[in-house]
Design a protein around this ligand. Structure first.
Ligand code: SF4
Length: 583
């Protein structure tokens, strides 16, 4: 059996702990050197390790011992170092098609993309080798589709353009005006056309350091497509974008495809992935330990297999449970429940922006989803309800204690265990374990990834004693699996506490999955925001989807929502009946 050991030496406390771990290994006790400590570094010999499980128990935050599936007796494609992450395969782009990549965070999606984009040279598991050429890659993939792909790269027939995942890092390395950045990469002489299509004209003369996350995302996409390439790779192209922008970007990316090029997209918003891609590669494995890529599948089937947690053809179960969606939207409840907060003709002006909320209320034990475009005042309204901002006009009954998770997360040098003291002592089963936060307990907030920081911020919000929990964009930075787990955590928690929650989010499937009712924001971004609702799910979704001009149907196998093709029979029928939302 192939076994891998992953060791994070930085998470081991001190030399004393390392020597203790070495002393308890049964293989070491027989006189062999399975665990070594040299130059203060603990390493594990994967050939000698019997997988007894003693050392990971002694240091669960720092050591993982993993028995790989039998089928995986193959050579890895890349390993970052001794007892470090290992990747076993990579997705293969198909010409004339958009191929999606779906999988949890931390299983090598970005590593695979860097290999395809020729940014990272793979070492085939031998981390002492630093330089490999295409011949090794061609040999490695002999007989597989990827062989042809790397042969083309070797002949210079493939040119790659790559949009990185973390667009928020762009201002740290690139300075100056947006237009100057785009001019530099405009190999096709199409700046005007692309800026028009991506609605960038108004920010072309702005400084890159001053534009918003959603604008940065669109600039990064423009910079990618302006390059003369025939393989375009988009790593998470919709983060920071609202639903309307997500649909527009999906249409834009789809429109780029032709017989002579290929597009790869990593995306965690399942409705968008389903809409944008024709094919999908599933990636599975263990977070921060190893990653494998499944054979390519048609997108509908691929997402359904992903939700089921079992790849039949490869006989691999990568999740214990199947993710299911309810057959019908929540049954209309008679809201005789206690009102916990309400508002009446609230108005707020911030510079040139005006926000208006007519009349609405929130009841005990319900979750209300908030949908709307960026720049229509969602965060402002949430802040008014949280009493962080004061309204100019109108009434709000603030008889509730509010706990608020903001959209942008603050980083500090505090330890996770200190920030989440109450959650660790009172809500271990409800919050800490399902969100997988135990292993981060000794990390500083400043050391966490975006997804980890998001989970800590959500736990921090939920651990407060409150009647109303306001969560602003909780799905950002989380992978699709974490989003579904999170919806269950929030639902169960709200029910147990007999509290209520308001959730602002742009992942339509997440909002659909978690909400009892909906508030819809209308108006013009940066000018006016009008708050309507809360509505029952069907009414709220119909209102919102009508604005977007899209209709949703249910997948017959999993009941998950899917976007109908524009002008398809179903799309036309549903629009005629006013059923934009499935029933
Ligand atoms: Fe030793 Fe392996 Fe057991 Fe750890 S899991 S104690 S390395 S045999």
């Amino acid at each position: 059996m192939t076994r891998i050991a992953i060791v994070d030496n930085e998470k081991l406390k001190d030399m004393q702990q390392k020597l203790y771990i070495q002393s308890i290994c049964p293989v070491n006790r027989t006189g062999k050197e399975c665990i070594k400590v040299i130059d203060s570094k603990l390493t594990i010999d994967e050939h000698l390790c019997t997988g007894c499980g003693i050392c990971p128990k002694a240091a669960p935050h720092a050591i993982k011992i993993i028995n790989l599936p039998e089928e995986l007796e193959t050579k890895p494609i890349h390993r970052y170092g001794e007892n470090k992450f290992v990747l076993y395969s990579i997705p293969t782009p198909t010409f004339g098609k958009v191929t999606g990549i779906l999988g949890i965070n931390g299983i090598g999606k970005s590593t695979a993309i860097k290999i395809l984009a020729n940014v990272l040279k793979p070492n085939f598991g031998d981390w002492n080798i630093h330089e490999t050429g295409y011949d090794e890659l061609i040999e490695f993939f002999k007989g597989k589709e990827a062989q042809g792909f790397f042969e083309k790269i070797k002949k210079g027939e493939i040119k790659v353009a790559y949009k990185p995942q973390q667009v928020d890092l762009i201002p740290k390395t690139t300075k100056g005006k947006v237009v100057d950045l785009l001019k530099k990469v405009d190999e096709k002489n199409e700046l005007k056309k692309i800026a028009n299509e991506l609605q960038l004209n108004e920010i072309l003369n702005n400084d890159i350091a001053e534009i918003s996350g959603g604008e940065l995302q669109r600039v990064a996409i423009a910079a990618t497509v302006l390059k003369n390439a025939n393989l375009y790779i988009f790593d998470e192209p919709t983060s920071y974008l609202d639903i309307k922008q997500r649909i527009n970007i999906s249409k834009f990316i789809k429109s780029l495809i032709n017989d002579n090029n290929s597009i790869l997209v990593v995306e965690h918003d399942l409705i968008i992935l389903d809409y944008i891609a024709e094919l999908v590669n599933l990636m599975y494995g263990k977070e921060d330990a190893y990653g494998i890529v499944s054979g390519v599948k048609p997108v509908r089937n691929g997402i359904n297999v992903y939700l089921s947690g079992y790849i039949k053809e490869e006989n691999v179960r990568f999740r214990d449970s199947t993710i299911k969606f309810a057959e019908k939207p929540p049954i209309k409840k008679k809201h005789i429940k206690e009102v916990i907060t309400s508002w009446n003709d609230v108005e707020k002006k911030l510079g040139n922006f005006a926000l208006k909320a007519h009349k609405g209320s929130i009841h005990k034990n319900e979750i209300i989803g908030i949908l709307g475009e960026n720049g229509t005042g969602k965060t402002t309204f949430v802040k008014i309800l949280a009493n962080v901002l004061k309204q100019d006009k109108g009434n709000i009954t603030h008889k509730v204690r509010v706990s608020y998770k903001p959209q942008y997360l603050e980083v500090s040098d505090d330890l996770v265990v200190d920030v989440l003291k109450t959650a660790f002592s009172k809500y271990e089963n409800q919050i800490i374990i399902p969100l997988n936060l135990q292993q981060l307990s000794l990390n500083k907030l400043s050391e966490l990834s975006g997804g980890e920081l998001q989970k800590v911020a959500i736990a921090h919000c939920l651990q407060q004693d409150a009647d109303l929990y306001l969560l602003d964009e909780p799905s950002a930075y989380l992978d699709s699996e974490q989003r579904l787990v999170l919806s269950k955590v929030i639902r169960d928690f709200i029910e147990q506490r007999n509290a209520s929650a308001l959730i602002v989010d742009h992942d339509l499937l997440f909002v659909d999955y978690i909400s009892d009712r909906l508030i819809v924001f209308e108006g013009k971004p940066a000018i006016e925001g009008i708050i309507t609702g809360p509505f029952e799910m069907e009414d709220g979704m119909n209102k919102f989807l009508k604005e977007l001009e899209i209709t949703l149907r249910r997948d017959p196998e999993t009941n998950r929502p899917r976007v109908n093709k524009l002008d398809s029979r179903l799309d036309r029928e549903q629009k005629e009946k006013g059923n934009y939302y499935y029933v």
